[in-house]
Design a protein around this ligand. Structure first.
Ligand SMILES: Nc1ncnc2c1ncn2[C@@H]1O[C@H](COP(=O)(O)OP(=O)(O)OP(=O)(O)O)[C@@H](O)[C@H]1O
Ligand SMILES: [Mg+2]
Length: 435
């Protein structure tokens, strides 16, 4: 207001000076000439003011930022002040825009899906993760009612029921990848809603694995326990002669042995998972290890197989001897147990190219069909359950092998052909080898 007043005052002052000067100049000649000069000067001043007023009006209608029109006196000041005002507004708008962008980037970086709904449950915005989780397209689906684009009955019921205290779990979500999601709605503002989604596919998988594991362990223990209970009942209730009694006791012994093996294997796995990586300071002499493995193999085979053990490399493995022995011995015992009598089993320790070395066990057994091979290292996975159980297997051996080799930064390779035989090998890298 004060600047407006000063503007008017200044205009009035300029006009007065012009009139007085014109009158003074004109007055020297005649009074009429004085008045005429004053009128002409005032008219010129008015034209000047009108010209700038129209220029200002045009400028306000279509402002071109950054340009300050040049003008003398009061109009120059007006343009300059306007320019300053616009610049400060523009800076403010830019700052708000940047803040908005940062906010959007932060939500985009979130590992959770975010969908914003207006008061009519229409989608206003969603981040890329929500797009992937729900199969939404932020542009195509903008302002669509959410229940039209996300039609899962469980979700529709959740949104209709309006009880958003707990999240809901939605399975088989996503277009390109399959997700299991925990989804929760959070009302905010004026009847708006925020939908948050969290990918729990991995948690769900781990839960399923844990459930399977417990079921498998219980099942594996249940069978020998049931058999054992039956034998016990027989021994208690029947009046058996010494020979029968001995036979039953031996059968009971086999069942307890099976349970003990299972528990031992489970403990080995638990230890492998919980222990720190094996040291690289311990050198495992392969000659001695091979001698031990060979003795075990011969004991297991009872002369039914042609067995050969060749230690062709001087290199030693650096790591945990007990772990390495248990992995090698499982591969050897598998080869013997699954290869019918008369077959061949060949174990080898040899150097390969590029400084790596390999322990391999080859057999002329039944071989394994391709579809089973990737699953062999799963706990309790057996190609032929009844056969494996007959040979005393718990289905944990290959899981132990896989753990041991990955703890030694090595690689397990399996090649097999049904009806021809199998080749299992463990490859160790330079960092785990020494001469
Ligand atoms: N050399 C092999 N020839 C044919 N099948 C094999 C061979 N080695 C493993 N398998 C198959 O792979 C399955 C998994 O082997 P794994 O060593 O994990 O378990 P297992 O031998 O049954 O029991 P465990 O080793 O715990 O006593 C076996 O049950 C068997 O069906
Ligand atoms: Mg085994």
């Amino acid at each position: 207001m004060s600047s407006m007043l000063s503007l008017q005052t200044r205009l009035f002052t300029i006009a007065s000076i012009v009139v007085i000067l014109s009158w003074a100049i004109g007055g020297g000649v005649s009074a009429t000439a004085g008045w005429a000069t004053a009128v002409i000067c005032l008219a010129l001043l008015l034209v000047h003011q009108l010209w700038h007023a129209s220029k200002l009006s045009k400028l306000l209608l279509s402002p071109s930022y950054g340009e300050v029109p040049g003008a003398l006196g009061i109009w120059g000041e007006i343009y300059y002040r306007l320019h300053k005002l616009v610049r400060s507004w523009r800076d403010q708008v830019l700052e708000v825009e940047q803040q908005h962008q940062r906010f959007i980037q932060a939500i985009q970086a979130s590992p959770n899906g975010v969908v914003m709904l207006n008061e009519d449950d229409q989608m206003e915005w969603c981040n890329a993760i929500a797009g992937a989780h729900f199969g939404l397209n932020p542009r195509r689906d903008a302002m669509q009612r959410i229940t039209h684009i996300l039609r899962k009955p469980a979700f529709v019921q959740y949104i209709v029921r309006q009880n958003y205290r707990d999240p809901i779990r939605l399975t088989n979500m996503g277009n390109f990848e399959e997700y299991t999601l925990d989804v929760q709605i959070f009302p905010y503002g004026d009847k708006q809603k925020l939908i948050l989604s969290q990918d729990v596919s991995q948690i769900e998988k781990t839960d399923a694995m844990r459930r399977d594991f417990v079921a498998n362990v219980s099942h594996e223990l249940k069978t020998p326990l049931t058999v054992l209970a039956g034998f016990l009942e027989t021994v208690q209730e029947l009046d058996l002669n010494a020979e029968d009694r001995q036979r039953y006791l031996e059968m009971m012994n086999i069942q307890t042995g099976r349970m003990k093996t299972l528990v031992d294997d489970l403990l080995t796995l638990a230890k492998l998972e919980g222990n720190p990586e094996p040291p690289i300071s311990q050198k495992i002499p392969m000659n001695m290890l091979f001698a031990r493995l060979k003795l075990d193999a011969e004991g297991l085979s009872q002369g039914q197989h042609e067995i050969s053990f060749e230690c062709l490399s001087e290199q030693s493995v650096l790591g945990d001897e007990a772990e390495i022995y248990s992995a090698f011995s499982n591969l050897v015992s598998n080869a013997i147990r699954y290869t019918p009598a008369g077959g061949r089993v060949m174990a080898k320790w040899q150097a390969l190219d590029e400084g790596v070395a390999e322990f391999s066990v080859e057999d002329t057994g039944p071989g394994i069909a391709e579809e089973h091979i990737p699953r062999l290292t799963e706990r309790f996975y057996r190609v032929d359950r009844s056969r494996s159980r007959d040979t005393g297997g718990t289905g944990l051996g290959m899981a132990i092998v896989k753990h041991v080799i990955s703890r030694h930064q090595g690689e397990l390779k399996i090649q097999s052909k049904v009806g021809v035989g199998s080749r299992f090998s463990l490859v160790f890298g330079k960092q785990r080898l020494a001469h």
